[in-house]
Design a protein around this ligand. Structure first.
Ligand code: PHE
Length: 496
């Protein structure tokens, strides 16, 4: 069992964590979030979210994961056996996220394929919404199954199985060691090229032009904290799980800082590329950048193909490179979110990595078929709000209380500081994890409920209820099924 779930080196851990963090959230979501929340002014809440939430919380998550060297659920059982049900809620909700995440990876796979011959035609907008997604904005399209999308989604699940069924270091570790650096190199190339396009500066000044008045709006603070959460895979068990596979000599503080730095550098870099290209497009088509961006999150599947069309032959190189980058970023993130439930069921039901990953990939692949319908995009939007606004924030609040108060965060200080040359934890860190972060989480949670109230259509309520039932019933089943191993109640702690 030992080498099945251990990193071969500390670098593999850091690269896998960067692979987890850098994902669709960085390329597809961040540029749009930055632009629509005050541009340059967004950096104030963004930096505060990094300092007050991301750095202290990531270190806490790593520390507790390292200590228990087991799944999130098993650690919760060790910490408070009565909380086992909660210990399943987080892995299951992260699995629900993995399922809809696989949809966007599937869409990206389609665009990667199309990019070799610009198969989206002269009007990418109509292609996406009418020809490809055949999108409806209610549940009415739920029975219109679209096999073309399904195939590409299943390819994603197959790749995840192919990598994650192997021993950790031979599968996940190796893949991240190769593909995460590649991701940065290809992105660098794309961004440098984009910056040289005529009109790039139009896009950039539009992006960074600060709207300071927005700082007084609660929304941009919510957006910044939400982005940091999603983008850094914070509190979702990914960091916990990856840290549990580390070797004894790991310096968790500097590893965490490296991950945060790499992730935030990557997303800001990606934003430079995205907006340079939009500036170029604005110059060519005479459409203001703001109008192009109003497509929101479908930006990469509409505006990008339009740009690749204008770019002629260069578009045939840049297009595949771009969609390939998004694909790798997506898969390395999906691997980490998939791992959270996978290791929990391996631990409780004494399943081998091979068996657990096969079962979960089949379940995930089948469940994801809901999104391969005309109502897929609609359900995805609601599932995203359900996961990110409601369940995750609340569950991270519980996690923070359990780790900081019941586990006692002070136990980590000497151990962490002993391994860290440059950065030491002290009172400020304890104050954050014990008081500041729980309070911040509650504020964000109530803010997120607002968005939910806005969704009061019957169809949205149906989707929310179904998701809540899936979450509660499956967590209950996992809790009630008897453990297949006596080890379930025995967890060695590494920090004495
Ligand atoms: N961080 C990933 C992204 O930016 C998403 C993710 C969240 C992955 C949680 C794993 C766990 O796209």
């Amino acid at each position: 069992m030992a080498n099945e779930n251990k990193w071969g080196s500390n670098i593999a851990f850091v690269l896998a964590m960067i692979g987890s963090a850098v994902g669709l959230g960085n390329i597809w979501r961040y540029p749009y979030v930055l632009y629509s929340n005050g541009g340059g002014a967004f950096y104030i809440p963004y930096l505060l979210a990094i300092i007050s939430l991301a750095i202290p919380f990531l270190i806490l998550e790593y520390g507790v994961g390292y200590n228990y060297q087991s799944s999130f659920t098993k650690a919760i059982v060790k910490l408070k056996p009565k909380f086992e049900f909660y210990g399943w809620i987080l892995p299951v909700v992260v699995f629900i996220m993995t399922v809809y995440y696989s949809t966007i990876i599937g869409w990206d796979g389609i665009y990667l394929f199309l990019s070799f011959f610009k198969g989206w035609g002269a009007d990418p907008n109509t292609y996406l919404n009418v020809n490809l997604l055949q999108a409806t904005d209610s549940l009415s399209g739920a029975f219109n199954f679209i096999p073309f999308i399904a195939v590409f989604m299943l390819v994603g699940w197959f790749i995840v199985w192919l990598i994650s069924h192997k021993n950790l270091d031979e599968g996940l570790g190796r893949v991240c060691e190769i593909f995460v650096p590649l991701l940065f190199v290809v992105m660098l190339f794309i961004v440098i090229f984009s910056l040289t396009l005529p009109g790039a500066s139009i896009g950039l000044s539009e992006l960074f032009n600060p709207d300071w008045s927005l700082l007084w709006h609660f929304d941009i603070w919510m957006a910044a904290f939400g982005q940091i959460f999603f983008s850094l895979s914070l509190g979702m068990g990914a960091g916990f799980t990856y840290a549990s596979y580390t070797n004894d000599d790991i310096d968790l503080i500097s590893s965490g800082l490296k991950v945060i730095f790499a992730n935030c550098a990557f997303e800001n870099f990606a934003a430079l590329g995205v907006f340079s290209i939009l500036g170029y497009m604005s110059l060519q088509s005479g459409t203001p950048v703001s109008e192009i961006v109003s497509q929101g999150t479908t930006l990469i599947f509409v505006a990008y193909p339009q740009v690749f069309n204008i770019l002629g032959t260069i578009g045939l190189v840049l297009g595949p490179l771009f969609f390939f980058t998004v694909y790798i970023a997506g898969i390395t993130s999906m691997l980490s979110s998939f791992e959270v439930l996978s290791i929990s069921i391996q631990n409780k039901f004494a399943l081998s990595r091979r068996k657990a990953t096969l079962i979960l990939c089949i379940i995930g692949g089948l469940a994801s078929m809901v999104y391969a319908t005309s109502a897929g995009g609609y359900i995805l939007g609601i599932a995203d709000i359900f996961v990110n606004n409601i369940v995750v924030i609340l569950s991270v609040f519980v996690e923070c209380i359990l780790f900081a108060w019941i586990f006692k965060a002070e136990r980590l200080i000497d151990f962490m500081n002993g391994r860290s040359k440059h950065f030491k934890l002290g009172k400020w860190w304890l104050a954050h994890v014990k008081y500041i972060i729980p309070i911040l989480l509650l504020v964000i949670w109530f803010g997120g409920l607002y968005e939910l109230i806005a969704l009061k259509t019957t169809d949205a309520v149906i989707v929310l209820i179904v998701l809540a039932l899936i979450l509660i019933i499956s967590s209950l089943i996992f809790t009630l099924l008897p453990a297949k191993t006596k080890e379930w109640f025995k967890t060695e702690e590494r920090i004495k």
